[in-house]
Design a protein around this ligand. Structure first.
Ligand SMILES: Cc1ncc(C[n+]2csc(CCOP(=O)(O)OP(=O)(O)O)c2C)c(N)n1
Ligand SMILES: [Mg+2]
Length: 351
C-alpha cells in the first residue's frame, strides 16, 4: 500500500467544463423546466441579496448562487413523500423540491406566512408538502436525520428515500461517517448529496483535507458513488435517477459528490474575496464561466429551441421572484402571542 489518494483533478479546475452541457436524451420540456427552476433559485437569491444589502433581512443568509444545478438535478427524481434535509445553504434545496417562493421570501423577512411561520429564517426552512423535511444550520446535523428517514421508509416499506444535502466541510464532522456506516450496513434507502464547493467558510479544502475528493469516505463503506460536475444539471439528474432508483428498490444507499462553487461569500450577499484563504477575484471570475444556467441554455439553443421560448421561462422565474418579494413586504408579522409556540411540546400550538 503506498498511501496515495485520488483527487478531483479537472472537476476542480474552473477552466474545464465551461461549454454547453450534454443534454443526453432529456426531453425539451424537462430541460426547460430544470432551466426555469435553476433560474428561480438564482433570481430569488438575487432579490434576497438586495434586501440583505438594504438591511431588510433579519437573519444571516447563505447564498447558493452558482450551485443551482445540484439541487435541481437531484430533485428531478424526488417525490413529496421522500424526506430531504439541508443545512445553512438550503434555499436551493427547498425551492428545487417545489417549495413555495412566496413562503421562502416571507420566511427570510420573518413574516407569519413564511415556511416556518417567520420563526426560523433562512436557515430553518420546512416544506412538509413537498418532501423537504427541514434545514438546520448545525453543520452535518441533519445527515443522521436523513438516515433515520431512510430507516423509517425501509420499515414502512414505502419505497421512499431520505436525502441528505451537505457540504465538503460537513464531511469533517464525525457524525457523517457514522451515518455512512449505518446506512451502508443496514442497506438503507438514503441518498447522500455533497455539494463540494471546495470551501468551508473561508478555508480552502486543500488546507483542511489530504485530498479534495470527499467521495473516498463513501467508497470506504462500499456505497455506490458518483463524482460529477455539479454545474451540469443533466448529469446530476442522471446519476441521481440511478441512485434513487437503486435505493427505492432496496439496493441500499448512494452518494453523489457534485463539484461546484459558490459565487457569493460564505455568508451574506458579497463575494467576500478578501476573507478567503486562496479565494481570489480571478478564481471567482473563472468559476462564473462554469455557470450551470448559461451552459444549459447554450445546450438548448444548440438543439434548436427558440430563444423566445427559453427567455419566456427565464422571465417567468424572475417575475415569480419579484412578486414574492412584494408579497412578503406586505405580509403580517407573527403575533406576539405566538412567541412561545413550538417552544414547549403541547403548549400554544397554532398548527
Ligand atoms: C457543528 C458546527 N460547526 C461549525 C459551524 C460554523 N459553520 C457554519 S457553515 C460552516 C462551513 C460549512 O462548510 P460546508 O459544509 O462545506 O458548506 P458550505 O458553506 O460550503 O455550503 C461552518 C464551519 C456550524 N454551524 N456548526
Ligand atoms: Mg463547502
Amino acid at each position: 500500500m503506498n498511501g496515495s489518494l485520488t483527487h478531483l483533478g479537472a472537476l476542480a479546475d474552473p477552466a474545464a467544463f465551461t461549454g454547453p452541457v450534454d443534454l443526453q436524451n432529456t426531453p425539451d420540456e424537462t430541460a426547460l423546466a430544470m432551466l426555469e427552476r435553476m433560474a428561480l433559485i438564482r433570481r430569488t437569491e438575487e432579490q434576497i441579496a438586495e434586501m440583505d444589502q438594504a438591511g431588510e433581512v433579519n437573519c444571516p443568509c447563505h447564498y447558493a448562487i452558482g450551485q443551482e444545478a445540484t439541487a435541481v438535478g437531484v430533485a428531478q427524481h424526488l417525490r413529496p413523500t421522500d424526506r430531504g434535509f439541508g443545512a445553512h445553504r438550503s434555499h436551493s434545496h427547498y425551492l428545487a423540491s417545489g417549495g413555495s417562493v412566496d413562503k421562502l421570501m416571507a420566511e427570510v423577512l420573518g413574516r407569519d406566512t413564511g415556511a416556518s411561520r417567520g420563526m426560523g429564517g433562512s436557515m430553518h426552512l420546512y416544506g412538509a408538502d413537498t418532501g423537504f423535511a427541514g434545514s438546520v444550520p448545525i453543520v452535518a446535523g441533519t445527515v443522521p436525520l436523513a438516515v433515520g428517514a431512510g430507516l423509517a421508509a425501509k420499515l414502512d416499506g414505502s419505497g421512499d428515500v431520505g436525502v441528505a444535502y451537505f457540504g465538503d466541510g460537513a464531511c469533517e464532522e464525525g457524525v457523517v461517517h457514522e451515518s455512512l456506516n449505518l446506512a451502508a450496513v443496514m442497506r438503507l434507502p438514503v441518498l447522500f448529496v455533497v455539494e463540494n464547493n471546495l470551501y468551508s467558510s473561508h478555508l480552502d479544502i486543500h488546507l483542511r483535507q489530504p485530498s479534495d475528493r470527499v467521495a473516498r469516505f463513501a467508497e470506504s463503506h462500499g456505497i455506490v458513488t458518483h463524482v460529477v460536475d455539479g454545474n451540469d444539471v443533466v448529469e446530476v439528474a442522471r446519476v441521481a435517477g440511478e441512485l434513487i432508483g437503486r435505493a427505492r428498490a432496496g439496493e441500499g444507499p448512494g452518494f453523489i459528490e457534485a463539484v461546484t462553487y459558490r459565487w457569493r461569500g460564505h455568508v451574506g450577499p458579497d463575494e467576500n474575496i478578501d476573507v478567503g484563504l486562496r479565494r481570489s477575484a480571478e478564481e471567482v471570475a473563472a468559476w462564473k464561466k462554469r455557470d450551470p444556467i448559461a451552459r444549459l441554455r447554450a445546450a438548448l439553443e444548440t438543439r434548436g429551441l427558440a430563444a423566445a421560448d427559453i427567455d419566456g421561462r427565464l422571465d417567468a422565474a424572475e417575475q415569480a421572484a419579484k412578486a414574492a418579494r412584494e408579497k412578503a413586504y406586505d405580509a403580517p408579522w407573527p403575533p406576539q402571542s405566538a412567541l412561545l409556540d413550538h417552544v414547549y411540546a403541547g403548549q400554544g400550538d397554532r398548527s
